[in-house]
Design a protein around this ligand. Sequence first.
Ligand code: AHR
Length: 511
Amino acid sequence: MTITITIGSDSAVADVPPRMFGSFVEHVGRCVYGGIYEPDHPTANADGFRQDVLDLVRELGVTCVRYPGGNFVSNYNWEDGTGPKERRPVRRDLAWHQTETNQVGIDDFHKWSKSAGTEIMLAVNLGTRGLHAALEELEYVNGAPGTALADRRVANGIPEPMDVKMWCIGNEMDGPWQVGHMTPDEYAAAVDKVAHAMKLAESGLELVACGSSSAHMPTFGQWERTVLTKAYDNLDFVSCHAYYYERGASSMQDYLASAEDMKQFIATVAACADEAKAANKGDHDIALSFDEWGVWYSDVWNRQEDEWKAAAGEGLHHEPWPVAPHLLEDIYSAADAVVEGSLMITLLKHCDRVRSASRAQLVNVIAPIMAEPDGGPAWRQTVFYPFAEAARHAKGMVFAPRIDAPVIRTEAYGEVDAVDAVVTWDETSRTGLLLAVNRDVSHAHDLRIDLTALPGVNANAPSDTDASDAHVAIAKAIVLHDDDPHRQNTADEPNAVTPRPLPATLGGDGR
Ligand code: AHR
């Protein structure tokens, strides 16, 4: 059946936020060590960073990277990763049960970010530390030379302030797994004080409070209302985290519709932010920072964790503390890429509220980029492609089109549209992007798209008029598809699932 997608004059959402195409580098598994950093790799640059990975990060189009965690940050001393490498301490990381060598820290990540062309979003430790450490870190990272900690940075070879604007105050502090986890009231009091003091130091910061670790936490909603109401004055963002995966052979249809959960999640958190604004008679909106999203087969990690705990047996000192273990190295399928494309569409359609997002994570760990060890190559997972296309082409305004589609039945979300879509349009360069996803597990669909209401598009302009006129044409049309939804890209077959040309035509009438 043919589905019609129509841009209406009322379908503009907001401008595309540059931070929509963020990612996440955590000190977990081989994301940092053996991922972005591997001094012995043939492509390593003078700082020990893999150039092959950097090249793929640029191709992916990442704009902003959250660092250094994640769960890791809640037992991390930021100072450990600064100064001469030979003097940096080796520590145990309780979050992932690994040994942290501290050969990479903020000094180094700052350099990496410059090479990658990405903004840094820094998270501070509210698990084992708090206000004092956060303020010291802020001074070290952003302070102008002339005070003790800024001068320590200068002595460590970084003369200019790093100018990190966006700071996350803790990570998933509601999660019982989090080192130093808190009740809603405890976290509200803590984030209120930290945010207040950080803004005394630098009023231009953009501060992110932890929201619930997922929409399925028992305190979801209550947590957001308590935290945002208490700390409203100094908060700019609240975080959202959501991971999805296929939960068994019969659940593919539900899995393909996962974005319905994300949609509901965004609506609830936005409502809590509005409540907090009203309760404070506030003058600013608290935006959503969807700073962990993507596909994660977290059931595999849970089993792995149980196994090593069982293997460690009774008694002390028997548990392993590996350096850069293989953790969370999910290999993604064609279906996983469809779901991630659908999540990206959802984030863009809600960019009036979601002003920042980080796909989790970047390299090796639940990642679009895999970096083989022992001098091996880096390669693109299936989920690389929807992100890269969106990051490269989504510019200007976002439009949420009207979609006249048949509905499909899902167990988890009831009836949902078979197809979802979003359009971006940059009036200045007169270039646009349509992203569409087929979430129907059993039918293909033809699409008919009506672009005539885009600003500056004149459907009746003859195609031979000059460039300043309002004619539009298709520059490129591609599709990511495989007849086998479980087909994966692998190290041996890295190009099994890649975008292919899609037959599409645009008539002179803009349809
Ligand atoms: O991204 C993996 C983990 O997922 C992060 O460390 C944590 O914040 C979340 O639970």
